[in-house]
Design a protein around this ligand. Structure first.
Ligand SMILES: [Zn+2]
Length: 167
Protein backbone atom coordinates (compact mmCIF):
# COMPACT_ATOMS: atom_id res chain seq x y z
CA UNK A 1 0.00 0.00 0.00
CA UNK A 2 1.33 3.39 -0.89
CA UNK A 3 0.70 6.36 1.35
CA UNK A 4 0.43 9.74 -0.26
CA UNK A 5 0.61 12.94 1.68
CA UNK A 6 -0.52 16.08 -0.05
CA UNK A 7 0.26 19.41 1.55
CA UNK A 8 -2.34 21.92 0.49
CA UNK A 9 -1.45 25.58 0.51
CA UNK A 10 -4.34 27.90 1.15
CA UNK A 11 -5.20 31.03 3.04
CA UNK A 12 -6.40 29.00 6.05
CA UNK A 13 -3.28 26.86 6.01
CA UNK A 14 -1.50 29.08 8.50
CA UNK A 15 1.37 28.06 10.73
CA UNK A 16 3.03 29.84 13.59
CA UNK A 17 6.81 30.04 13.77
CA UNK A 18 8.45 30.83 17.12
CA UNK A 19 11.95 32.10 17.79
CA UNK A 20 13.42 32.63 21.27
CA UNK A 21 15.84 35.27 22.46
CA UNK A 22 17.43 36.29 25.75
CA UNK A 23 18.83 39.56 27.06
CA UNK A 24 19.97 41.17 30.31
CA UNK A 25 18.45 44.50 31.21
CA UNK A 26 18.04 46.81 34.18
CA UNK A 27 15.10 49.04 34.99
CA UNK A 28 13.20 50.76 37.77
CA UNK A 29 9.48 51.46 37.96
CA UNK A 30 8.81 55.13 38.52
CA UNK A 31 6.17 55.91 41.18
CA UNK A 32 5.94 52.23 42.13
CA UNK A 33 5.40 51.58 45.82
CA UNK A 34 7.66 48.60 46.48
CA UNK A 35 10.97 46.96 45.67
CA UNK A 36 10.70 47.59 41.92
CA UNK A 37 11.24 51.33 42.42
CA UNK A 38 14.92 50.43 42.88
CA UNK A 39 17.22 49.88 39.91
CA UNK A 40 17.46 46.12 39.44
CA UNK A 41 17.97 43.68 36.59
CA UNK A 42 16.35 40.68 34.93
CA UNK A 43 17.37 38.02 32.46
CA UNK A 44 14.51 38.49 29.99
CA UNK A 45 13.38 35.76 27.64
CA UNK A 46 11.61 36.91 24.49
CA UNK A 47 9.60 34.71 22.15
CA UNK A 48 8.56 36.11 18.80
CA UNK A 49 5.64 34.30 17.12
CA UNK A 50 5.20 34.80 13.37
CA UNK A 51 2.21 34.09 11.11
CA UNK A 52 3.23 32.17 8.03
CA UNK A 53 1.20 30.35 5.39
CA UNK A 54 3.25 29.57 2.30
CA UNK A 55 6.18 27.18 2.11
CA UNK A 56 8.86 27.51 -0.52
CA UNK A 57 10.06 24.53 -2.57
CA UNK A 58 12.46 23.54 0.24
CA UNK A 59 9.58 23.47 2.74
CA UNK A 60 10.64 26.68 4.50
CA UNK A 61 8.14 29.39 5.40
CA UNK A 62 10.46 32.02 6.80
CA UNK A 63 14.15 31.54 7.48
CA UNK A 64 14.93 31.39 11.23
CA UNK A 65 18.20 33.15 10.43
CA UNK A 66 16.28 36.10 8.98
CA UNK A 67 14.09 36.34 12.12
CA UNK A 68 17.20 36.27 14.28
CA UNK A 69 18.82 39.07 12.29
CA UNK A 70 15.72 41.31 12.35
CA UNK A 71 15.17 40.89 16.10
CA UNK A 72 18.85 41.25 16.98
CA UNK A 73 19.25 44.33 14.79
CA UNK A 74 16.08 46.11 15.95
CA UNK A 75 15.62 44.99 19.56
CA UNK A 76 18.38 42.97 21.22
CA UNK A 77 21.28 45.24 20.35
CA UNK A 78 19.50 48.12 22.12
CA UNK A 79 17.97 46.41 25.15
CA UNK A 80 20.83 44.05 26.07
CA UNK A 81 22.90 45.39 28.99
CA UNK A 82 20.95 48.62 29.03
CA UNK A 83 18.90 50.49 31.59
CA UNK A 84 15.32 51.25 30.48
CA UNK A 85 13.83 54.22 32.30
CA UNK A 86 10.71 56.30 32.15
CA UNK A 87 11.65 59.76 30.93
CA UNK A 88 10.30 61.45 34.05
CA UNK A 89 11.10 64.23 36.49
CA UNK A 90 12.07 61.64 39.13
CA UNK A 91 14.69 60.14 36.82
CA UNK A 92 16.05 63.45 35.53
CA UNK A 93 19.33 63.49 37.51
CA UNK A 94 20.01 59.82 36.85
CA UNK A 95 19.40 60.23 33.11
CA UNK A 96 21.74 63.21 32.95
CA UNK A 97 24.52 61.28 34.71
CA UNK A 98 24.11 58.15 32.60
CA UNK A 99 24.11 60.15 29.36
CA UNK A 100 27.33 61.84 30.46
CA UNK A 101 28.86 58.44 31.23
CA UNK A 102 27.67 57.16 27.83
CA UNK A 103 25.80 54.28 29.44
CA UNK A 104 23.28 52.28 27.46
CA UNK A 105 20.01 53.98 28.24
CA UNK A 106 16.49 53.57 26.86
CA UNK A 107 13.96 56.28 27.56
CA UNK A 108 10.23 56.05 27.01
CA UNK A 109 7.27 58.13 28.22
CA UNK A 110 6.16 55.03 30.17
CA UNK A 111 7.63 52.56 32.66
CA UNK A 112 9.44 49.50 31.36
CA UNK A 113 6.95 46.98 32.71
CA UNK A 114 6.84 43.65 30.87
CA UNK A 115 3.51 44.74 29.30
CA UNK A 116 4.90 48.03 27.98
CA UNK A 117 8.09 46.37 26.80
CA UNK A 118 6.19 43.69 24.86
CA UNK A 119 3.98 46.33 23.22
CA UNK A 120 7.03 48.40 22.31
CA UNK A 121 8.73 45.36 20.79
CA UNK A 122 5.55 44.65 18.78
CA UNK A 123 5.47 48.26 17.60
CA UNK A 124 9.02 48.07 16.30
CA UNK A 125 8.83 44.62 14.72
CA UNK A 126 5.37 44.55 13.16
CA UNK A 127 6.46 46.74 10.25
CA UNK A 128 9.23 44.29 9.40
CA UNK A 129 7.96 40.72 9.97
CA UNK A 130 4.49 39.05 10.03
CA UNK A 131 3.86 39.17 13.78
CA UNK A 132 1.53 36.80 15.60
CA UNK A 133 2.58 37.23 19.24
CA UNK A 134 5.28 38.73 21.42
CA UNK A 135 5.86 36.88 24.69
CA UNK A 136 8.20 38.38 27.24
CA UNK A 137 9.32 36.56 30.39
CA UNK A 138 10.48 39.01 33.04
CA UNK A 139 11.24 36.13 35.42
CA UNK A 140 10.93 32.36 34.91
CA UNK A 141 7.41 32.55 36.43
CA UNK A 142 6.15 35.93 35.12
CA UNK A 143 5.39 36.61 31.48
CA UNK A 144 3.11 38.58 29.20
CA UNK A 145 1.89 37.84 25.68
CA UNK A 146 0.60 40.56 23.40
CA UNK A 147 -1.06 40.25 19.99
CA UNK A 148 -2.35 42.49 17.22
CA UNK A 149 -5.56 43.45 19.09
CA UNK A 150 -3.64 44.36 22.26
CA UNK A 151 -1.31 46.53 20.24
CA UNK A 152 -4.16 48.28 18.42
CA UNK A 153 -5.81 49.07 21.76
CA UNK A 154 -2.59 50.46 23.27
CA UNK A 155 -0.77 52.01 20.34
CA UNK A 156 -1.71 55.62 21.03
CA UNK A 157 0.85 55.67 23.83
CA UNK A 158 3.54 54.04 21.72
CA UNK A 159 3.30 55.75 18.33
CA UNK A 160 6.50 56.84 16.63
CA UNK A 161 8.77 55.34 19.24
CA UNK A 162 12.01 53.78 18.07
CA UNK A 163 15.08 52.69 19.96
CA UNK A 164 18.24 54.68 19.56
CA UNK A 165 21.32 55.34 21.59
CA UNK A 166 24.72 53.99 22.50
CA UNK A 167 25.63 50.63 21.03
ZN1 LIG B 1 11.84 44.39 37.44
Amino acid sequence: MMLMIILKQSEDNKMIIYKDFEFDMAHRLDEYNGLCKNIHGHIYKLTIGLNVSKLDKLGISIDFKMIREVVNENIIKYVDHSLWLKDSKNNEKLIKLLKKEKNRLLLTPYNSTAENMALTIWHILHKKIPMYTVTLFETPTSRVTVNHANYEAAKKSIVDFEFSGEE
